[in-house]
Design a protein around this ligand. Structure first.
Ligand SMILES: [Zn+2]
Length: 439
């Protein structure tokens, strides 16, 4: 934490000489990796797909000296935030032997056990018991073992400008329970999920052998996880990537109820549009439409679910995304070249790999989807679509993302042009003219 009130030169550890680096939280001996036959190596049994949490076993990933030999998984907790956890330890803000106090953190809704939780092929990229660690593995926690939830369930009220507008225009009713009031406040149950990969299952989803997956993960992360190679006996890996959040509208017990209708939106993160409403794409309108229709389904006695994956820019990231934007705008932004621009820069057009996406649906106990809130609903929300996003929509129609019944020729696609950068170029040349630097 930053001590903002204190002058910058005040030492936060006054007992130490200012020139003495903070005492290392580690021993002098660095454990580079471990081996299955090594003295004392005795992983706690972990049987992915076992019928219940206790027979499956806790996932133990901590590298604390007291845990190192009993670990049964690789990687670290927190997904991409595991790096910040390491920084906090390096900075001396967090002791390596810290144990969380989980009092009152239990889920606000107890999701019922599903047969898929015990199926090693149905769920391979999250821990189906990750939300229930405190109840299932209390004995371990009481004995001081470092075991942590990888899922959390809470509830909240949320507000969205589009929902408020729909309510004020009479398109969405205030029911006092799901839509709470005329300002469009909506009640929601939320589930946060961090990735937990069962490597044999992940490899199978991608049609590769486990060895190839392990070696590639090891080599392409700068050799960060040597146990991917040296510990073939460890089958579970907590990768340093983003997870997802499930937003459930209406009573959460309805999600797995086959007797009621389910409306579902699967949404991959697009921060620029989702949050900041930049107008080059359609992500926020689809997200808002998905929430609106999920709420409507819940009001009609069904269930509405929106699943938000942290896969920014088709999982290529914002840097690649902006490079693509530049190439599109400078190279003539037409629908026929939309995907080629991405392929030129990223090598592929998409890295979202929906092969792992269904796991969360299995976890929720979803067996059928009555309304998939996807791009095919475009006509319903045409008023919400930004003008400049036509290029993206028509390129996606042509690539088979969805269909409106119309087939485009490449010549027609070449005629669908995005807005140029005229206004921006004007600003740039104006700044150049008056000699002010810009960044
Ligand atoms: Zn977008």
């Amino acid at each position: 934490m930053l001590d903002t009130d204190a002058p910058a030169d005040v030492d936060r550890h006054p007992k130490e000489e200012p020139t003495t680096p903070p005492k290392s939280p580690h021993s002098k001996h660095i454990t580079l990796t471990t081996y299955p036959g090594q003295s004392g190596i005795d992983p706690v049994p972990l049987q992915w797909g076992a019928p219940d949490a206790k027979s499956r076993g806790p996932i133990i990933v901590s590298r604390h000296p007291s845990m190192l030999k009993r670990r049964n998984a690789m990687g670290a907790h927190g997904g991409s935030y595991s790096i910040y956890n390491a920084l906090a330890i390096a900075a001396g803000d967090l002791p390596t032997d810290f144990r969380p106090d989980f009092t009152n953190t239990e889920p606000t809704f107890k999701f019922p056990w599903q047969p898929s939780w015990a199926d090693p092929t149905k769920i391979v990229s999250l821990d189906p018991y990750g939300h229930d660690i405190v109840a299932q593995f209390k004995d371990y926690l009481d004995a001081g073992w470092d075991i942590r939830p990888t899922m959390a369930v809470t509830r909240a009220n949320m507000k969205l400008a589009e929902i408020e507008k729909a309510v004020s225009e009479g398109k969405l009713a205030v029911d006092g329970n799901i839509v709470v009031d005329e300002t469009g406040e909506v009640r929601v149950t939320k589930v946060a999920v961090e990735p937990v990969w069962y490597l044999p299952g992940v490899a199978a989803r991608f049609g590769v052998d486990e060895g190839t997956l392990r070696r590639t993960l090891f080599e392409q992360t700068g050799g960060s996880y040597p146990e991917l190679i040296t510990r073939p006996d460890l089958k579970v890996f907590l990768p340093p990537i983003g997870g997802m959040t499930v937003y459930i509208f209406g009573p959460p017990e309805r999600v797995s109820d086959e007797n009621v209708r389910l409306a579902l939106r699967i949404h991959d993160e697009c921060n620029g549009s989702d949050v900041f409403q930049s107008d080059i794409c359609t992500c926020r309108p689809y997200l808002a439409f998905g929430i609106q229709e999920a709420v409507r389904e819940a009001q009609n006695g069904g269930s509405g679910v929106v699943i938000y994956f942290r896969k920014e820019g088709r999982a290529l990231g914002e840097v690649v995304k902006y490079l693509v934007y530049n190439a599109r705008k400078r190279g003539g932004d037409t629908a026929d070249k939309y995907f080629t621009r991405t392929e030129n820069i990223a090598g592929v057009r998409d890295m979202r790999f929906q092969a792992l996406m269904p796991d969360i649906l299995h976890w929720l106990g979803i067996k059928k989807i009555d309304r998939m809130l996807s791009m095919s609903n475009m006509n319903i929300l045409s008023e919400m679509i930004p003008k400049d996003s036509r290029v993206e929509i028509d390129a996606k129609i042509n690539a088979g993302y969805f269909t409106t019944g119309k087939q485009y020729t490449m010549e027609e696609l070449a005629q669908i042009k995005g807005r140029g950068w005229e206004k921006w170029e004007d600003v740039t040349s104006l700044i150049d003219a008056i000699g002010i630097g810009y960044y």
